[in-house]
Design a protein around this ligand. Sequence first.
Ligand SMILES: Cc1cc2nc3c(=O)[nH]c(=O)nc-3n(C[C@H](O)[C@H](O)[C@H](O)COP(=O)(O)O)c2cc1C
Length: 330
Amino acid sequence: MNLSTTYLSLKLANPIIVASGPLTCSLDGVRKCAANRAGAVVLRSLFEEQLRAETAALTEAISEQAVSHGEASEYLRAGVGLRYATRDYLQLIRAAKQETDLPVIASINCVTSQSWDDFAREVEAAGADALELNIALFAETAAEGAAALEARYARIVAAARRAVRLPIAVKLGPHFTSLPAVVEALHRAGAAGFVLFNRYYAPTIDIETMAVRLGSNRSVPSDLTAPLRATSLLSGRVNADFSANSGVHSGEDVVRAVLAGASAAHVLTALLAKGVEEMPRMLDAMAGWMERHGFASLSQFRGRLSQAVNPEASLFSRYQYMSALGAGGQ
Ligand SMILES: Cc1cc2nc3c(=O)[nH]c(=O)nc-3n(C[C@H](O)[C@H](O)[C@H](O)COP(=O)(O)O)c2cc1C
């Protein structure tokens, strides 16, 4: 059974991509993903704020020595700070490429279109196969409207496009008024693929201590509805690759994502809950389904339930229950 797929122009042995997070923040973690047949890995995100904080700390350290080392400020201008701050991350990329055959996707969490482009270039030089931009901008006041906020997303993608030749994927959250317009704009800005959707850090309120604390950061299978809906809507209409994310918990869920038009599926919660050993079981379930339905490769059924090719998939567009259905209590 051929489970291979192409995502961001990369040939993957299968469509399961271990999503950015605790399973991909060490060489040992990446090795385990490889041993359990991951199609690719996305390394944990390096946050732009981390880059800036470390650069600021280094700037301070160097400026303290500036009296004795006149050339220190020249080094700073040359971006030495960024290189210093990111060496562990770059080392992880190099080691992962040396020790495994996996496609390795680096991830940067960007909030501006500056200060991380040097790092992106170094990610490329270290041997990463692609770059995933984890962008989550939220309006905290009424001063910035949707168009201005979305323009910031596009500026970030364009900056990455200028910085590297690597294929770029953008990982987005689900909260856009017009997701198709945003995806089109980011595709024009240089994104070759989209990860739909990120699941964000989820704070809640502890009513005993009356304090904000971390809520559940794990997904549940029903979270897959939104990624399936978006993938079905966009795949085949935007000339980009899609990977479904949030709520992919089984091989059957990966099949659902591919039927909707995805080239791959990012998975984390299921692997945190059941261990990375769950991956081969998910792949076996996919292969079993394909065998039962007479498919020898993913391309034979990818996108069958995308709205571009199947009118039935427009059921995904229904957001509201029809009143008769609601009244019937079904
Ligand atoms: C503990 C934890 C850490 C995560 N760290 C990152 C991160 O650094 N970068 C990122 O893009 N997503 C991060 N995520 C989000 C996951 O990559 C993934 O998008 C999300 O968990 C939804 O997939 P799932 O339903 O398979 O869990 C993290 C998730 C968890 C639970």
